[in-house]
Ligand binder design. Structure first.
Ligand SMILES: Cc1ncc(C[n+]2csc(CCOP(=O)(O)OP(=O)(O)O)c2C)c(N)n1
Ligand SMILES: [Mg+2]
Length: 337
């Protein structure tokens, strides 16, 4: 862990590349393709007016989602913001139940009550999907407290956006987590923008891991466009957290390709900037790595992507066939009995 008050830990990358075998890397490749194809179908379904309301996709940020998930155990918890579709799938909720939730169907993971921003599964320990920016951070501290209380060595991953680090509750919860040694891995999905606003216009510090310094919290920075580096780094962090129970703040540098939500054309970014990030595309980077190391050919990679497309298509088709919730459900879970 970083000595307190110092620069962050950074990933080296090279070490783990050697450890990761071909089958593992190919499955990671397919998983990232699936998440991208899934989100593309979600966008298409929205455009076709198959569902309405808010909708934020994760396209471009797949390496973080997959790199972290591969370092977790089923008993670990996850909580996140509103950009939650593929994180929910990564935590074990079947993609078709995520799609059904988008469509407000009875078999959606939140029984059709939640929609895009409120994916949820108690069984899979995926605790939302939260629409209030930063609202998940104090909740994560509470789960961290429960884990300590029950003397378990699980952890909770709490994803937040870069803009959410300027919320008061983020600071309050980090202080508590640090003071009480709660096993909360707070991961800043640092995609540089809060809606249409560049982080530089709202934030006085140049690196968001510096937020941890105020709470003497262990911290690091990772290139979250690269799934191998991300997985290696997060695996090390989590292994240490299981022993120490100490919280950790990770500044995960990434980029979203689409607008903030479906209603944002993203005109505040230049083509050059987008091009620079897309040249570092997580799926592309892994494809290059696989080909360079003679682990896959273009044809093999294409076949994996075709399978990913079929999986996403099947999820949507299943969701379309599902029933809507019964009318009386409108009144359930509104007030306590
Ligand atoms: C408390 C609160 N304030 C404002 C909003 C409106 N809002 C929704 S998303 C967002 C930007 C958040 O950006 P960031 O945290 O960087 O996450 P990203 O969308 O980039 O994943 C804002 C201001 C909200 N939902 N909740
Ligand atoms: Mg952001």
């Amino acid at each position: 862990m970083s000595p307190k008050g110092s620069a962050p830990e950074k990933s080296s990358g090279a070490k783990q590349e050697a450890k990761m075998d071909k089958q593992w890397l190919l499955s990671v490749y397919q998983q990232m393709c699936y998440y991208r194809r899934f989100e593309e179908r979600v966008l298409q379904a929205y455009t076709q007016q198959k569902f309405a309301g808010f909708c934020h996709v994760h396209i471009g940020q797949e390496a973080l989602c997959v790199g972290v998930q591969r370092a977790l155990r089923d008993t670990d918890y996850m909580i996140t913001g509103y950009r939650s579709h593929t994180q929910a799938i990564a935590k074990g909720i079947p993609g078709r139940e995520v799609f059904a939730e988008l469509f407000g169907k009875a078999t959606g993971c939140a029984k059709g009550n939640g929609g895009s921003m409120h994916m949820f599964s108690k069984e899979k320990r995926f605790l939302g999907g939260h629409g209030i920016v930063g609202g998940q951070v104090p909740l994560a501290a509470g789960v961290g407290f429960a884990i300590r209380y029950e003397k378990k060595d699980d952890i909770i991953v709490c994803y937040i956006g870069d803009a959410a680090t300027n919320q008061g509750q983020f600071h309050e919860a980090l202080n508590m987590a640090a003071t009480w040694n709660l096993p909360v891995l707070t991961i800043i999905e640092n995609n540089r923008y809060g809606m249409g606003t560049d982080i530089k216009r709202t934030t006085s510090i140049d690196h968001l891991w510096k937020r941890a310094l105020a709470y003497d919290m262990d911290h690091g920075e990772v290139d979250a466009m690269n799934v191998i580096k991300t997985h290696e780094f997060v695996s090390d962090v989590i292994a240490k957290m299981r022993k120490t129970h100490r919280p950790y703040l990770l500044d995960a540098i990434c980029y979203r390709y689409k607008g903030h939500s479906v209603s944002d054309p993203g005109l505040y970014r230049t083509k050059e900037e987008m091009g620079e990030w897309m040249a570092k595309d997580p799926i592309l980077q892994l494809a290059e790595h696989l080909k360079k190391n003679k682990m896959a050919t273009d044809e093999e990679l294409k076949a994996l992507d075709t399978k990913a497309k079929e999986m996403a298509k099947a999820d949507e088709a299943w969701a379309e066939e599902q029933p809507v919730p019964p009318e009386e459900q409108v009144w359930q879970n509104v007030y306590a009995d």
